[in-house]
Design a protein around this ligand. Structure first.
Ligand SMILES: C[S@@+](CC[C@H](N)C(=O)[O-])C[C@H]1O[C@@H](n2cnc3c(N)ncnc32)[C@H](O)[C@@H]1O
Length: 826
């Protein structure tokens, strides 16, 4: 038991030898120690270089007491689950210490505790032997009895392990609060890591008091803290830190096992460091991933030779660089999105309509004479150059400034860089650059106050923002304009400049859009620049930030007879755009203003209704409607006539018109309708046709044909008979004794009831005229047979039933032919 207790030691002094424990350094290392202890105590090492444990020394420097300083018994802060792996670091450090005579410092700051197998030195394959022995042991075969023993240890949890677990559980039962109290108390007493270890031992001693004491079963050098699963980051950080510090030392001293030498693969990093790679592990996927991501451990690169001095360099905390650092290191040109910096007009935003921009004052009319008449008094300052760097001359005591003169090379002895009273000169330079930032302002639409001006950059207190420019007019001209031009206007842009001169910003700079506020952020004041008065807009006492709307108090500067309601929204708003009014005035103004607003609203409503009505009409008419024509307008009349003419001409020259013309030309002259005599009645037209056809008959008649004078179709309707048609065309040809007469009538085929009379000319040859006389509608025709007889000799009469009828072609003037056959009259 005593022997074992001797083993349960921890190196506490710096001068412990290599063969004893690796020491924990003094105050400087205390922090490290503590930190690493916190991590490693609960987490097994994850690389060769990482292990914080070393074998117990041969010569314990101080035996760890199981009692606390004040003698109270404290339970261990943590328990540590037994990890059945051998600690190579311990060996490595021992080797280093050996080579240097004494190890003065644990480079990593780890406490150097052994993880496993320290309770039985002989049970370890390497023990605390010399470096040579170590080297040899690395090459030892798998079947070495020590290794077998180690495996046995790994496989079977001993009673000691179980007790450790119980202790851990006891601690965890205390709960967080209890632990916190303990921590606080510990800190108060200034207890360090050693005390912690002592407490653990005390608890173990207590456990050993029973009949079946288990202390002899325990490795009291173990940390009994409850294993806390480390976070991924903690694992990474710790691994990186320890690898950086320890592995070079290892490489410098410890010949690592290689496949060539041992014929066996050893775990060089990770939870199972120092074990053969084929030993059973609990490595899961995520841990493997971690390994992959990690930079190649230098432990595997045995060729790197790192000196101890290098290894002693305190390790750089290895944080993962945040991505933005890399990004920021790169220099490249970039543009800030414009709408972030200066959200200007966007598509569709309303823009001021009747604004003619003038960036320099223009003297109008008699203002010119007034301007020239009075010369400004001379001014000069005697300011001294500033003594301290960064200071500016011509401050508030500058005479020029007091007199509202801007300094220049003539009236100021300081250089431009030393003088702070050259604002207009600065403004000119700035604006000349022309960018949005340089101009620094923009016009925007406000809610109730029309347009306004917004800063698209910051302005320091008192810094000039812009100049108020426009037409410089005399007072008389101003009155006239007010009376005649701006009578019905809501907005005035008039501002008094000096000596009865007024700037009318109706045509002017952007400053004309600056709205009024009862708590303004700008001042507008006149400054004489090179003996010329100019009006500037300056940032107020608080300065201007980007995006802020500019405003000044119209109280003194704004012309305008009416008092408009103010919508500046300032807590101390006066209610109107003018000076503060007394109660009666205010009431009156309010009434006037409300009346104005009412009228305005009425007008707006009327317009809206009108617009709606117009829209409705438009939609009702549809898209094809072209609108009304003012036909009484002579111009329109003329236009319509012209259009009609053009249409007719186009029609004439159209393909249809051409076709008709061609057809007319190809027709025999008898068929050609004389275009000159345009028939204007139906009756006349009929007559014309008859006339034509009769003529044709006569021309077509051959010598041996009986010439018929005409034919008439008489229709009977009841008892009445009526000549419905006089034959339009009669032709007769004789075939032997038979004569075939073709009669064409215009008014339908001959019915079975109809009588058809054929005429032959009288002896005097008047028969042909008889037809003419008996044309439909004529007196003669309206009479019956007698009438016919009188004009010619009826050679044959037929009834429709004995008549063959057919229709011949003929377009609109269709002729219906009735073929009559009869025998030649003897
Ligand atoms: C010099 S103009 C300013 C620019 C004007 N907003 C525009 O759209 O042209 C002055 C006119 O702006 C309007 N205005 C300015 N400040 C106002 C305020 N605080 N409340 C109501 N109207 C204001 C008034 O109609 C006033 O007559």
């Amino acid at each position: 038991m005593a022997a074992i207790r001797e083993e349960i030691t921890r190196a506490l002094s710096e001068d412990s030898s290599a063969m004893s424990n690796i020491t924990v350094a003094g105050a400087g290392a205390q922090l490290d120690d503590d930190a690493s202890d916190r991590v490693s105590a609960s987490t097994p090492p994850t690389s060769l270089a990482e292990s914080g444990s070393l074998g117990s020394g041969k010569k314990p420097i101080a035996e760890t007491s199981l009692k606390d300083q004040d003698g109270s018994t404290l339970r261990p802060r943590r328990t540590r689950s037994c990890v059945t792996s051998y600690n190579i670091n311990k060996l490595a450090k021992a080797q280093i210490a050996n080579s240097q005579g004494s190890a003065s410092r644990n480079v990593s700051g780890l406490t150097g505790r052994t993880l496993v197998g320290e309770d039985d030195e002989d049970a370890t394959p390497y023990g605390n032997k010399s470096g040579k022995a170590l080297a040899m042991e690395w090459e030892s075969s798998r079947a070495s009895p020590a290794r077998k023993k180690l495996r046995t240890l790994q496989r079977k949890p001993s009673v000691k392990d179980k007790v450790k677990k119980v202790v851990g559980n006891v601690r965890s039962v205390l709960g967080k609060r209890g632990r916190d109290v303990m921590e606080v108390g510990k800190r108060t007493l200034g207890m360090g890591e050693r005390e912690e270890a002592t407490k653990q031992s005390k608890i173990l001693k207590q456990l050993d008091t029973g009949k079946k004491g288990v202390l002899d079963e325990l490795d009291l050098d173990e940390d009994f803290s409850v294993p806390v699963r480390p976070t991924k980051k903690a694992k990474l950080d710790r691994a990186a830190l320890k690898e950086k510090t320890l592995t070079p030392v290892l490489q410098a001293t410890l010949p690592l096992p290689t496949e060539a030498t041992s014929g066996k693969k050893w775990q060089k990093q990770g939870l199972y460091v120092g074990q053969p790679s084929d030993a059973p592990t609990n490595q899961n996927g995520s841990r493997k991933k971690l390994h992959k991501k990690r930079p190649q451990s230098s432990a595997s690169d045995a060729t790197i030779d790192v000196s101890m001095e290098e290894a002693d360099i305190p390790p750089k905390p290895s944080f993962m660089p945040l991505p933005m650092f890399k990004y920021l290191e790169k220099t490249r040109p970039f543009v800030i999105p414009y709408d972030v910096f200066a959200p200007s007009f966007k598509k569709g935003d309303e823009k001021p309509k009747d604004w003619h921009q003038i960036n320099k004052n223009r003297l109008i009319g008699e203002a010119k004479e007034l301007w020239e008449d009075e010369k400004l008094a001379a001014s000069a300052c005697s300011c001294l150059p500033p003594t301290t760097d960064g200071d500016e001359g011509c401050g508030e005591h500058c005479w020029n400034r007091i007199m509202m003169y801007e300094c220049n090379d003539k009236n100021c002895n300081l250089s431009a860089s030393q003088c702070s009273n050259r604002q207009f000169a600065d403004l000119t330079k700035r604006v000349k650059k022309g960018g949005a930032f340089d101009v620094g302002v923009e016009v925007v639409k406000t809610d109730k106050r029309g347009f306004g001006v917004r800063a698209c950059r910051a302005f320091a207190p008192g810094e000039i923002i812009m100049e108020y420019t426009g037409e410089v007019i005399s007072e008389a001209e101003c009155q006239r304009r007010m009376r005649e031009l701006y009578q019905n206007k809501q907005c005035y842009y008039l501002m008094e400049l000096e000596r009865g001169l007024i700037i009318d910003g109706t045509r002017g700079s952007m400053a004309r859009f600056i709205n009024h506020s009862c708590e303004p952020n700008c001042d507008v004041r006149m400054v004489k620049v090179n003996d010329v008065p100019r009006m500037g807009v300056f940032a107020g006492e608080s300065g201007i930030v980007t995006g802020q709307e500019l405003s000044y108090d119209y109280n003194f500067d704004n012309f305008g007879s009416t008092h408009q309601i103010c919508y500046c929204g300032a807590p101390s708003c006066r209610g109107f755009l003018s000076k503060r009014l007394n109660a009666v005035e205010q009431k009156k103004m309010l009434k006037v203003e409300l009346e104005r607003q009412r009228k305005e609203a009425e007008e707006a409503q009327r317009k809206a209704v009108e617009e709606q009505r117009r829209k409705k009409i438009k939609t009702d008419r549809g898209s094809s409607w072209r609108g009304w024509l003012a036909v009484d307008d002579p111009e329109t009349k003329e236009r319509l006539k012209r259009e009609k003419r053009e249409r007719e001409e186009a029609e004439k020259s159209s393909s249809r018109a051409m076709r008709l013309a061609r057809r007319r030309e190809s027709m025999p002259p008898t068929q050609v309708k004389p275009t000159a005599e345009k028939p204007d009645t139906k009756r006349r037209r009929t007559t014309t046709v008859e006339f034509e056809t009769i003529r044709r008959v006569s021309t077509e008649t051959s010598a041996d044909e009986e010439v018929l004078a005409g034919a008439q179709v008489v229709k009977r309707t009841g008892r009445k008979s009526r000549v419905v048609s006089t034959a339009s065309s009669i032709s007769a040809s004789t075939r032997g004794k038979e004569t075939v007469v073709s009669v064409a009538t215009r008014e339908g085929l001959v019915d079975s009831e109809d009588n058809i009379f054929l005429f032959v000319p009288d002896k005097d040859g008047e028969g042909s005229t008889g037809v003419e006389k008996n044309r439909p509608g004529s007196k003669a025709a309206s009479k019956s047979k007698e009438a016919i007889k009188s004009v010619g000799r009826v050679v044959k009469s037929f009834t429709g039933s004995s008549v063959k009828s057919s229709t011949s072609s003929g377009g609109s003037n269709k002729l219906r032919q009735t073929m009559l056959s009869f025998s030649k009259i003897e």
